[in-house]
Ligand binder design. Structure first.
Ligand code: NAD
Ligand code: DAU
Length: 357
């Protein structure tokens, strides 16, 4: 038995592989293009481990994917690969269309042909699990109920529109060809190995470097936060017991305005790594111009997954954010290596254009 995962040199995929191999000896084939967000250092502990086979490649390379499927005969494919950062999708959407839409389409084609060639038993047991996002549902007002799986799709950014398109393709491959698919739509993740262009790791890294903590707009946009390892356990559970063709929302019932997140990170750093001059890291908070088309609120109703598959998150926000800050304090080398790459150029493009607001 083997699984094939895509994009598992990134934040969630790599956490998934580390957790998977900590609990099972079932090998993982990991295909990742190694864009700026792919970081093999995250998987350094698996060096020399025969259970992890890494292949640098694009999910849109049908020939490569087909040859990996034929060679390794996986019982499941889990698709993490994507361009994932909303701000980048606003600056340059092209890569999002290529990977999230065209790439998913080509991956589905390769998987459909492989699945069609399997003997009956293997065919019946095969799964294609597509990892998606709550952002496909659009934005909620302060009083709207949380997103359920039947909420209409209303994506607002090039990123969420491209993920919505990929979800529709996955759905269509089930209805048209009978491909045994599962889709998960998860809220904002945080935790170890998170690339420091996203809110929580950026705030930790900037705070420690004595830099400004850029909060977009009024900082009152609400996100629903889930510790990454809880997302990984949800994916394992859906893979194991999810109903074919169904989608499952994944979330931790942890809605928080951004400014509260930033202040929580500052308070933890004040406690765990106090500044020499005794001032709080929160003095570094700086309000900047808002993200164009910024979604105001996301909230996930995860009751279907809890009710039907018995999944529950293990971490509260308080325990998860403490672990996360502790992880960044304990791993300055990982951060330094990320920062010495293309990341630095990106921070310049993104923040030089945002005057204090
Ligand atoms: P990430 O940006 O950290 O990692 C993406 C990975 O995909 C990288 O390793 C990158 O090299 C790889 N990749 C990009 N294009 C590729 C291609 N064409 N072929 C092969 N590999 C490619 O993203 P993440 O935060 O780990 O997100 C993983 C998945 O989970 C994405 O599909 C994302 O939409 C979804 N998701 C993310 C969150 C979140 O909060 N981060 C929440 C819900 C859903
Ligand atoms: O909801 C799930 C989504 O969560 C995933 O699908 C995406 O892949 C993932 O990147 C994340 O998207 P967000 O746009 O919500 O995450 P980000 O960390 O970029 O921003 C979180 C919030 O913080 C958002 O309201 C914008 C704000 N923000 C972000 C940055 C980077 C700031 O105020 N300042 C910042 O510097």
């Amino acid at each position: 038995m083997t699984i094939l995962v895509t994009g598992a040199a990134g934040f969630i995929g790599a956490n998934f592989v580390l957790d998977w191999l900590a609990q099972s000896d079932e090998p993982v084939i990991n295909i990742d293009k190694l864009t700026y967000a792919g970081n093999l250092e995250t998987l350094a502990s698996l060096q020399g481990d025969a259970r992890h086979i890494f292949v640098q490649g694009d999910i849109g390379d049908t020939e490569l994917v087909a040859s990996l499927l034929a060679k390794h005969q996986p019982r499941a494919v889990i698709n993490f690969a994507a361009e994932s950062h909303v701000d980048r999708s606003i600056h340059s959407p092209e890569d999002f269309i290529q990977t999230n839409i065209v790439g998913t389409f080509r991956l589905l084609e390769a998987v459909r042909h492989y699945w069609g060639s399997l003997p009956e038993g293997a065919k019946a047991g095969f799964r294609f699990l597509h990892v998606s996002t709550d952002e496909v549902y659009g934005s909620l007002s302060a009083t709207d109920p949380a997103f359920t799986e039947t909420h209409r799709y209303e994506p607002n950014s090039p990123y969420s529109a491209s993920k919505a398109a990929s979800d529709h393709l996955v759905r269509a491959y089930h209805h048209t060809y009978g491909l045994p698919v599962l889709t998960t739509n998860c809220s904002n993740n945080y935790g170890p190995y998170h690339f420091p262009e996203k809110l929580i790791p950026l705030m930790i890294v900037n705070a420690l470097a004595g830099k400004a903590l850029p909060v977009y707009g009024d900082g009152m946009q609400v996100r629903d936060w889930l510790y990454v390892k809880d997302h990984c356990s949800a994916i394992r559970r859906v893979l194991q017991a999810g109903k074919l063709g169904e989608t499952y929302n994944v979330g931790g019932w942890n809605e928080k305005p951004n400014i509260e997140i930033v202040k929580t990170v500052c308070a933890l750093l004040d406690e765990l790594r106090p500044k020499a001059d005794g001032s709080s890291y929160s003095t570094q908070i700086s309000y900047v111009k808002d993200r164009p088309g910024h979604d105001r609120r996301y909230a996930i109703d995860a009751s279907k997954l809890e009710r039907e598959l018995g999944w529950k998150p293990a971490e509260t926000f308080e325990s998860g954010i403490r672990k996360t800050v502790q992880w960044y304090l304990a791993n300055p080398e990982w951060v330094a290596h990320v920062q010495s790459g293309a990341y630095r150029e990106w921070v310049q493009t993104q923040y030089e254009a945002k005057p204090a607001g």
